[in-house]
Design a protein. Sequence first.
Length: 612
Amino acid sequence: MCGIVGFTGHVQACPILLDGLERLEYRGYDSCGVAVSHEENGANRIEVVKIKGRLKGLREMTDNGKTLDGTCGIGHTRWATHGEPTVANAHPHFAKDKRITVVHNGIIENYQELRDNLIRRGYVFNSQTDTEVIAHLLDYYDKGDPLEAIARTLARITGSYALGILFQDRPGEIYAVRKDSPMIVGRSDEGYFIASDVPAILRYTRNVCYVDNMEIVRLTPDSVTFYNVDQEELSKDFTTVEWDAEAAEKDGYAHFMLKEIHEQPRAMTETISPRIKDGKINLDELGLTDEEIRSIRRIQMTACGSAYHVCVTAKYVIEQLARVPVDVDLASEFRYRNPVLEDNTLLIVISQSGETADSLAAMRYAKERGLTTLAVVNVVGSSIAREADKVFYTWAGPEIAVATTKAYSTQLAACYLLALRFAQARGELTEEETGKYLAELQTLPAKITRLLEEKERIQWFANKFSGSRDIFFIGRGLDYASSLEGSLKLKEISYIHSEAYAAGELKHGTISLIEKGTLVVGVATQPGLFEKEVSNMVEVRSRGAYVLGITCDGNYAIEDHDDFTIYVPKTLPCFYPSLVVIPLQLLAYYVSVSKGLDVDKPRNLAKSVTVE
């Protein structure tokens, strides 16, 4: 959840660190700091500056980095886990006399035991964090060989971590290591970088290498060397990030979220187009033959947050088209319920970042039990992408806002393609029938563009209801799956209490929550369920609710039963989630804007959840 940046090279480090941390603000944080190595009176020193609060304060304290001299340093944005947000708990943390300085993402699970042992050995702790344990352990094991000290420290700690480390007696060197928390290395003509995510260094380089679990990295101004925990050198390849720095800028939009909402037509096209050739579906990248697909008896899907809602949608679509039974689990629950995993089950895990801790752990659990794993991810080279047996990249480009939009839409598109591929291979759809679905799928980006052109109408409605205390979303079938996502979008960026319910469950208790003036969003796009959904809207309206209806062009009778209607273009029933989500995203966005909130960085949330 936190952000790490490091640089060693031939130009001043601190301005680079501050710039990189600023580009990681979307990950969420409540304190920040930097450490820069420099020469003082003929000896190397490490100077640390850290604050509670935003980077703006750190920039002011360092005059935008000018007051910290030195060409080697590390920086960090912290989201409090162990210990409240204070200057003492902010990173970097250091051992006595700042001889060793550390920044850390993740959680050290056995930190209390280690802390107690170190205190008995005379170490004094200045913070409540688990990270300070690492600094003191490194000091305890350091006998002049940083690699040996790091390897011995790693043998003692359990949990997840990405570390950036400075040793005072190793000027110009940065050491990095990771386990279950992302870390990349970048190189340019000016020097070498470490970062927890690509946008941090994209302004300086697109030449990166992804650090694998339990690898140690040593960076100097002119070189980088990778080691395993046995301190043996490894050979690693650098790759080129295809998107550039401008892709991670607002480009004139008020917020990243609004920009990314508008990028959805292009993003979906990027996901769909390469997989349709001459009107036929082509997923050769997965390496799944027709025979292998036919041998799959069950699909298990797992994810977190919005990606979980994609799984719920995909369950309906895959079962309807391919007639394969699909189970869906929250990744945080999956491996703890001792699931029954049958032979010939395919696990599909969905994650935008490819670093989501619970999703990664769920995938590893399934792999250990012999399941074939397929990952739907956006970030090339991420942990889930590297460890999955098969990978479906969505190619959505960088998504900066915490509330996902285009990543969600491209994940939906990926699942549609998977459903159609399975349906055709299993003989549930003919080639001609599949072609009709593919043709309609390719029209979705243009239809989304049409919806975006009507955003002012949704903005007017959002302004009217931005003072709501409770908002409920109801739907049936795929419309229920869409309601789940609409509710999450609203609550995470507007802080309004919001819930989604399967409309048929209203009479089983939840209708008691409806009172005069309560806003209820009713989604009704599915032909076989339309009349039933309208009946549920009538039920809540008769009890005083103000009803916003979302349906498709032609269903004009809905206006007799709601108070405000949003129409989406017609499409095939299984594709409506991709259209319905657009007004739901815009509703959440404009409510948040109307309330004057920080849309891109909602409180208590982070973009990539890399700890359990």
